[in-house]
Design a protein around this ligand. Structure first.
Ligand SMILES: [Zn+2]
Length: 419
């Protein structure tokens, strides 16, 4: 049995990404002061953490998960392939899923995210075919309740084109927060998009829609943005892969609509790098949205992992630092932009309050062993402290034991350089 969660009121000797060393005071679930580290306060009271050797960051958030699908790869053993094949593999498996089996995988997947430092998750939940279409919803509502106080979980009803609108209403009645769907899978994407937005409007809730998750086809993001322009409820669009292959003038026109509605865009590199491009064995395109153009235009951009070890993505460490690393290598973002996308950007598209190391911000914090952001994103040490609402909710330690190199005899060249 874990001794966590534990109330924390002081973090001492923490390194920030700008290189400064600070002591941080928490007042409940809020950061109340940040001062230069004195180096004196290393007495380990139960409510004080000594973060010597750790980089202190705003905790990441996962803006687009599928906790009901996660960790099913080994159970399904599906063939590798594109989105269509993944949907088929998943669909065949859903018939044997029980409420308890869904909850068990979802809980395990959520705790893996928490262990890595993610303290807020937005997960989509399938409205299933068959006699009990709400069993995924019941499972995820239960897991959300079980984890209350450890992490914030938001639920999105994933209403595919064949899911009746009454089922979306039923899911919202059961406690699901937002309306979602995947209009690009419909025969008439615009009609399905309007249906989903209409349900959200009628119910007065936000929407988070899988949008344009393909390299070709007519993009729907501009229309989605126009439909929600006057909303006060939050609206966001996941994937938006098609934006990454649009011609510059077409892209510019969509971005104008996105900015006018302030819709948040969610990029999901690990899953879309896996799912897209199977038809292009040569010069394989990257299944990423137009990250650079969106950021430069001032669009709110968040990033997450999407699927984890299921038919839509066989790999993944449930780690926002893995997503940040991919944003650098495959998306060409800077390290600062990449970490912002998985933390402040993710929280922004989820409409969560600002978190991190600033006075007045929510005390959602992640400390990772490392010297600076490039070290932390590159090495992603598992040595971590995770704080949610001012409480330590996860702590991992790693020990290394590496053989010592032989003592070399200095050659004349080496001796010359040390002289
Ligand atoms: Zn998704």
């Amino acid at each position: 049995m874990s001794s966590l969660p534990r109330h924390i009121s002081r973090l001492v000797n923490a390194t920030l990404p700008d290189g400064s060393r600070v002591d941080v005071t928490l007042n409940g679930s809020t950061v109340s002061s940040i001062v230069p580290a004195t180096g004196l306060d290393t007495a380990i009271n139960p409510d004080t953490l000594d973060l010597t050797g750790f980089l202190l960051l705003a905790a990441p958030a996962e803006p687009h998960a599928h906790l009901d699908k996660a960790l099913s790869w080994d159970l399904i053993n599906p063939p590798m392939g594109d989105l269509e094949l993944a949907i088929q593999s998943w669909h065949d498996y859903t018939e044997v899923m029980t409420m308890i089996s869904i909850a068990d995988r979802a809980r395990q997947a959520a705790l893996l995210l928490l262990r890595q430092g993610i303290t807020a998750v937005r997960t989509h939940v399938d409205l299933l075919a068959g006699d009990d279409p709400m069993r995924g919803v019941h499972a995820l509502v239960r897991v959300r309740d079980e984890l209350r106080g450890l992490m914030d979980i938001e639920l999105v009803a994933l209403a595919g084109p064949f899911v009746p609108s009454e089922h979306v209403d039923e899911a919202l009645d059961l406690g699901v927060d937002l309306v979602g769907g995947a209009p690009h899978l419909s025969e008439d994407p615009i009609a399905d998009l309007r249906r989903l937005v209409g349900i959200a409007e009628r119910r007065g809730v936000g929407s988070d829609i899988h949008t344009d998750e393909s390299l070709t086809g007519v993009p729907t993001l501009g229309e989605y943005a126009r439909l929600v322009r006057d909303w006060t409820a939050p609206a966001s669009a996941g994937h938006c892969v098609r934006l990454g292959t649009l011609e510059p003038n077409e892209l510019a026109a969509v971005i104008v609509e996105v900015l006018a509605s302030d819709i948040g865009i969610i990029s999901l590199p690990i899953t879309n790098l896996y799912l897209q491009g199977w038809q292009h064995p040569v010069g394989t395109p990257r299944g990423l949205t137009a990250l650079r153009a969106l950021l430069d235009a001032g669009v709110r951009v968040g990033a997450g992992a999407d699927n984890v070890r299921d038919p839509f993505n066989p790999v993944g460490r449930s780690d926002a630092l893995e997503t940040a690393s991919l944003l650098v290598s495959a998306g060409h973002l800077t390290l600062d932009e990449a970490y912002a996308a998985v933390s402040s950007g993710a929280r922004s598209v989820m409409s969560l309050p600002v978190a991190g190391v600033e006075v007045g911000a929510a005390a959602e914090l992640l400390a990772v062993r490392g010297t600076n952001l490039s070290d932390v994103v590159a090495n992603a040490s598992a040595d971590r402290f995770v704080i949610h609402a001012g409480r330590l909710v996860a702590h991992s330690t790693v020990t290394y034991d590496v053989a010592t190199p032989l003592q070399a005899v200095d050659s004349p060249a080496f001796l010359a350089e040390t002289r």
